[in-house]
Structure formats: structure tokens, C-alpha cells
Write a protein of this length. Structure first.
Length: 408
């Protein structure tokens, strides 16, 4: 087989950028792209294993992701869920690809990081334009290329995080504009649980990692950018107020016993989830059962059937799917890579960017998981696995760099 490394090196920068930034615009195309990268990584591990160095943090994190896959598969088997349960488990195969994905990340870290940061503002602009077109011309809530408003909000939050890192590394006009544009895109996505990211991520980004260095910006440039930010804030204020008022109204109606609202429906399905968890707390009911349980039980709880494919809370959803075993695995998928990237947070050669990108990823997924979806979606699963691999690559790829220097 021909040497894959030379081909991979030339495309890593664009591949990483499309993976991290592209899902808001291209949707499931990015998840297919990640799957292709995983397959390529398997071939590289099989045929070029002598040239690939996988550091221990990546191996251990990969094992944790594999444990999540096995926990859900085991739940399907012991609950005798048949072909349907196995099909749902097969959707988790992407979680086995972390190590293969790392294996294809074989370009110099700084080259890849520079490309990612350089493209962050253009991707933010594309996401904002798409949101504006969908909201004001097509007259529906923005969902980007993801065909799902919640997923669009999560992927635009990732773009926002990368733009913040770019701003901290180089506070040039384009970097400032990128943050403002990405901020507006996240707001227009309209997902209220994600909005705290807009304020929490800047705190993390500017407290940790690389030093904040300002370029020699002209005063006129700062005035123009500040004025633009104010104008955008005023323009978005009506939309923000509408979304907040609607959320408060839903909560008030749910408190009065009206479960037909967005939050009321969540209360109904959460009650179903809690009752189901009590029945099988250790290994759950099986990965295919959330929608089945809702169909069977929501009418009794809320007065009518609700047909969601998840319980709109990551913890409850995983407890139903795979019980305590699945929840332990899910928590480990956050904790283990975070600990490893934390150790590299002050590494100016890429570890700082890896840590901050991981925080943006995990914070966004956790906030979404409070009242929405976190896993078990093709785009979200592919992004969580691939971006975790990318963060570890930014933190630990000096091992591969050392190995690659010895290869002709």
C-alpha cells in the first residue's frame, strides 16, 4: 500500500477546519466526512502501524469511548431488544473511531491550528447569512444545514468558541469581527439553553491558555467594530425578547398544569423516564426504548401521546437507554479527555488551543443536554468524537511529530 502519510499531511488543515466549523453549514455531510476519516484511520493503523505513534492519553480516551459503545450494546443484548436494539447500537460505532481519527491527524500542529483559526471568521459569516436567510426570507427558525435548530445552535457555538480563541491569539480586526458575527449566529439559532455559552466561553478562554496580545489596532477600527456590535445587539434584541418571553410563558403554563407547551411536554416525558429508570436502573431498558416508552406511557402522564426519540435530558435519556453503566461511561467521556487536555492548557505549541476547544465542545454539549439532545444524533456523535480526537492531537501530537521526522 502507498504511503498515506504524505497525502494526509497536505489535507489535515482543511479537514480539521471543515470538521470543527463546517457542520452548521454542511450538516450531515460533515458526519459522513468524519466516518470516512475513521475508515481511513483504520487502514492506516492496519498497514502503516509502524509509522503511527498513539500516545497513552489517546489510547485511554479511546477505550473510554469504546466502553460507552459496549455499555449500550450490552443493554440491547440483555434486554433482548433484537434487531432493532442492535441497529440502534450500531449507530454508536462512531464512538469506536477516536483512535483511528487521531491516526490520520499527522500534520504539524501549528499549521493545522493556523488554518482552523484563519477560517473561523468566514465560517461564522456563512452561518450568520444562512440563519438570516432562513429566519427573515424563508420565515422559519434557523436550522442551518443541520435541519435541526438545536444542532445548528450547538455547531454555531463551536464556531463562536474558535473565533474567541482566534481573538485571544491575535486581536486583529477580522478576529474581532468573527466573534461579533459568531455571537449573532448563536443568538439567531434561538436555542435558549445554549445562550449561556455566549458568556461562559469568553471567561474560560481569557482565563486560561495563551496570553492575550493586542495587535496595533487603529482607534477608528475599534470604533467601527464597537458600533457594529451595538447595532447588531439592538437588531437582535427584539428576537431575543421574543424567545425569552415564549420560554417564560411556557414555564408559567406548565406550572399551572398545562402540559401542551414545550416545557410541559418535557415534564411529561421526564416523568416517564423517572418511572422507567426505577424499573431497570443498572443496565437500562435498551438503546431503542426511549421512543417506545414515550408512546406507551405519555398519554397516562400528560393526557396525550408524545413521540420524541429522546427524553430531552442527557442523564435521564442515558439512564433509560443503558442505566448506571451507560451514565458512568458517558461521564468518563467528558472527564478523561478534559483531565488530559487540562495538563496541556499552558502549552503554547498547541495544547492551549486543544484545551480551549475541548471546553467549547464539552460546555456546549452539556448545556444542550440539560433540556435537549447531547448524543445519539449522527452529527453530534461524529463531532464529539472527532473534535475530542483533534483536541488530543493539539495537546499530544509532538509524539507523532517526532515519529514523522524519522520517516522518509
Amino acid at each position: 500500500m502507498t504511503d498515506l502519510r504524505h497525502r494526509i499531511t497536505n489535507t489535515n488543515g482543511y479537514a480539521v477546519s471543515v470538521t470543527v466549523l463546517g457542520a452548521a453549514i454542511f450538516g450531515s455531510v460533515v458526519s459522513v466526512f468524519v466516518w470516512a476519516g475513521g475508515v481511513l484511520g483504520v487502514f492506516r493503523l492496519l498497514f502503516e502501524w509502524r509509522k503511527v505513534v498513539i500516545p497513552a492519553p489517546v489510547v485511554i480516551t479511546g477505550a473510554v469511548f469504546a466502553f460507552y459503545f459496549l455499555a449500550e450494546l450490552f443493554s440491547a443484548v440483555i434486554n433482548d431488544r433484537g434487531a432493532v436494539g442492535l441497529i440502534h447500537s450500531a449507530g454508536n460505532i462512531i464512538f469506536l473511531s477516536l483512535v483511528p481519527l487521531y491516526a490520520v491527524l499527522d500534520a504539524p500542529r501549528q499549521q493545522t491550528i493556523d488554518m482552523l483559526l484563519k477560517l473561523s471568521a468566514p465560517f461564522a459569516t456563512a452561518a450568520l447569512i444562512l440563519a438570516l436567510v432562513q429566519l427573515y426570507l424563508l420565515d422559519y427558525r434557523p436550522q442551518g444545514g443541520a435541519s435541526n435548530p438545536g444542532v445548528f445552535a450547538m455547531t454555531t457555538a463551536l464556531i463562536y468558541g474558535v473565533n474567541l480563541v482566534n481573538l485571544k491569539r491575535n486581536a486583529a480586526p477580522m478576529a474581532i469581527a468573527g466573534v461579533i458575527i459568531a455571537f449573532a449566529a448563536v443568538v439567531l439559532a434561538g436555542s435558549r439553553p445554549i445562550w449561556p455559552v455566549l458568556f461562559l466561553l469568553p471567561l474560560v478562554v481569557f482565563l486560561f491558555g495563551m496570553k492575550f496580545t493586542w495587535s496595533h489596532l487603529r482607534r477608528s477600527t475599534l470604533i467601527v467594530l464597537s458600533a457594529s456590535a451595538v447595532i447588531i445587539a439592538i437588531a437582535l434584541s427584539g428576537y431575543v425578547k421574543e424567545r425569552i418571553d415564549r420560554g417564560l410563558s411556557d414555564i408559567e403554563r406548565a406550572a399551572d398544569g398545562d402540559l401542551a407547551t414545550s416545557y410541559g411536554k418535557r415534564i411529561s416525558i421526564w416523568r416517564v423516564a423517572v418511572s422507567a429508570i426505577k424499573e431497570k436502573p443498572l443496565f437500562g431498558h435498551g438503546p431503542d426504548t426511549p421512543i417506545k416508552l414515550m408512546r406507551e406511557r405519555t398519554r397516562t402522564v400528560g393526557g396525550y401521546h408524545i413521540y420524541y426519540n429522546h427524553f430531552h435530558n442527557a442523564l435521564l435519556n442515558e439512564m433509560v437507554r443503558a442505566g448506571i453503566a451507560g451514565v458512568i461511561a458517558m461521564i468518563a467521556m467528558f472527564v478523561v479527555p478534559f483531565v488530559y487536555c487540562w495538563r496541556s492548557r499552558n502549552d503554547q505549541d498547541g495544547g492551549d488551543v486543544g484545551f480551549l476547544l475541548l471546553v467549547a465542545l464539552q460546555l456546549t454539549w452539556l448545556l444542550s443536554g440539560t433540556v435537549g439532545i447531547m448524543f445519539n444524533h449522527d452529527i453530534l456523535d461524529a463531532l464529539f468524537t472527532s473534535i475530542t480526537a483533534i483536541c488530543l492531537y493539539f495537546c499530544y501530537s509532538e509524539y507523532n511529530d517526532a515519529k514523522s521526522d524519522t520517516v522518509d
